[in-house]
Structures are given as C-alpha cells and as structure tokens.
Ligand binder design. Sequence first.
Ligand code: COS
Length: 386
Amino acid sequence: MALDQDTFDLLKDTVRRFVRERLVPAEDAVEEHDDVPPDILQDMKDLGLCGVSIPEEYGGLGLSMAQECEVAYELGQTALAFRSAVGTNIGIGSQGILMDGTPAQKAEYLPRIASGELIMSFALTEPDAGSDAASLKTRAVADGSDYLLSGSKRYITNAPRAGGFTLMARTGGAGASGISAFIVPATLPGITIGKPDRKMGQRGTKTCDVFLDQVRVPAANLIGGEPGKGFKTAMKVLDRGRLHISAIACGMARRILDVSIAYAQNRKQFGSRIGDFQLVQAMLADSQAELLAGWALVRETARAYDAKPPGASDPDVSMQASCTKLFTTEMVGRVADRGVQVHGGAGYMNEYKVERFYRDVRLLRLYEGTSQIQQLVIGKHLMRAP
Ligand code: COS
C-alpha cells in the first residue's frame, strides 16, 4: 500500500505548510489551555490526518510506512500535542483492527477512524502491567454471546476524547497467550474515564485511567474473532508505532535545532554572535549529525517494514524498529539538552520554546516501550541468532 508519488508530494507539502502556518502559531494557546483547539482538530481531520495509515478502500489515504514517517516528521516539528490528538487513530488505536480484524470489523470501524469521526485509543497498560505487558489483569469472561470485561487501564492516550478503545484483556490463563484484543465502544455501560493526568510536558495531550466494571462487549468485537491472539496483535501494533514515534522524534529534533540555530545567529556575547564561537558550533554540529543519522535510520527501517507482507510480523524488522526508537528518542533528548545549553539561561525560561520542547520530548523515551524495553527486544533477538 502506498500513495502515488505525485499525490504524496502534494500531501506532504500541504502538511508542511499546515504545520508552519496553522499549528506553530497555535502552540502557545495549546500550552496555556492544555488542549488542542477544536477547530484545529477538525482541520486535521479534514486534511485526512486521522486516516493516513488506513487503506483507501476504507476511506483512508493509504500511505506506506515510509510515507507515514515523512508525514510524522513534519507533524513532529510543532507542539507534540497536535500529533497526539490524531496519533492514536493513525497508529496504535486503528492498526490492530487493520492487521488482525475480521472483514466485518474493518468495514465497520476503519472508515469512521479514518475520517476522525471516531477517536480510537489503545488500552494495554495497567497500574501493575507497564513494561511487563503480558502480565495484564483486566479480565474478559465469556457470557453467552458476549464477554464481560473488568479491570483498569492506565495512562491511556486520548481516552478523554475517545469514542472507542482497542483494548487488551485476559480471556485465558497467565502469560501472553491468554490475552485477547477487543474493540470496546467508550459509551458502553460500566466504563468510567478517570481524571486527566497532570504531566511533566506535552500539554494539550490527553491521558487518563479507564475503569471497566462488568462491561458487556459482544463477542463480535473480539479482534479477529479468535481469543488468545491479542498480545501478538499488540506487539505488531507497537512495532509500527515505534517507527512512527521515531519519525516524530526526528521532526522535533529538527525543530529544536532550528530554534537553537536561530538563537545562536541572533544572540551576541563578547561582541559576536554566539554561533560564531566554536564551542557553540560543536553543540549544533553534534545535533545535526545525530539528527541525520536518526532520520536515515527511520527511512531505512520504514523501507524494511514496507518490504514485508502487510500485517505479518518479522523479528528482524521488530528488532530494527526497536533500534530505531531507541536511537532516535535518545537522540532527541540529547538534541533538546544541547538546545537548552545553546540558549544559556534563556533556555530555562518558559517563554522560550526550547524549554517546553525539552520537557515534551522526555516522554518519547518512555511510551510505546521504554528505551530499556527496546534494548531487551534487541538483545533477545541477538541472542537468538544462530
Ligand atoms: N510481533 C509479533 N509477535 C511478537 C512480537 C512482535 N513484535 N513480540 C513478541 N511476540 C510474540 C512472541 O513471539 C511470543 O509468541 P510465542 O509464545 O508464540 O512464541 C509472544 O509474543 C510472547 O513474546 P515474549 O515471550 O517475547 O513476551 P514477553 O512477555 O517477554 O514481553 C516485551 C516482551 C517485554 C517486549 C513486551 O512485553 C513489551 O513490548 N513490553 C512493553 C510494552 C509497551 O510498549 N507498552 C507501551 C504501551 S503503549 S504507550
């Protein structure tokens, strides 16, 4: 699946202009009100951003992973809350249905997710199951032609905005093979949305707990129609998500570098622009080199991702996706740290964008698998090699 090159070039150009002309000027409002203005969210939906990863037959734009990463790179160059508002529809909320859903599930949900009419969240994490996702406790007990779901989910991105959840629950015994994935409409009786989380950064992104108390979900909403497949679905979704986050990390590194260069060109000390001092140039140069390396890695891994059969998992590609997330999210952390350093004392002041971005990028090393989980995935893969 891929959009033809000419149409894609047009789309990318439109997104780039939209980011510069519409989103960047709204960054301060997002920070101040801790929300994405509804008219901007609507514009993002109208641009088709909720459906970039969904095939055209279901109303999406049908981008390849490589093309999606190019779009994510553009979206990464502004407050990360904008990307987050549509990010679960693009990735972790929709892809389980696309990869493993039945034809009826795809036909029912994907068009509404692609248009943004339905905001879909991904509910895997729980209070006692974060990195150790296979230990999740939310139970789904068969009851006639339904399942009854009870448990709690934590830090669920977009839950306050969501019309539905791709939700992992335990239908069988302990471990990964006892987990199933469900499509759970947010309006079902027994679902309670918790208070919005107060976070270090990324103001305007919405996360909270989701509680389920004997929520009656039709068996028809079991993704793929077969229990016990949910953990693998979640892992495949995360492989893809990790690449998307990597592209976002590179986009944000680009933005931080741009604001740091602009500052170094304007700020004068000792009678010169600070950017004329070699010690400042060294910081900018390190960030530029690391950004180029990270972005090349994203493009190469996205190419490998697109080369495998759609929806299939390939341990080599999973390992590469983990390498890419590990490198790029750690890289943007270093770029942000240097960005603050280039700004000197001003970099610690919240009227400078770099202070905000420094806090915002910290999350990238945590969600969709911490850096340490990426190291584990890579290490395990290497130790399996013959
Ligand atoms: N694609 C498809 N299948 C996968 C897979 C992948 N990327 N990764 C693992 N699996 C399969 C394994 O092949 C195994 O299947 P079999 O039992 O048939 O062999 C099964 O899933 C269990 O895998 P494994 O034993 O490796 O699972 P672990 O419990 O050791 O967990 C980690 C693996 C730690 C990698 C996983 O729990 C993880 O990614 N944790 C982080 C969760 C996360 O990212 N949370 C963020 C939430 S969204 S913000």
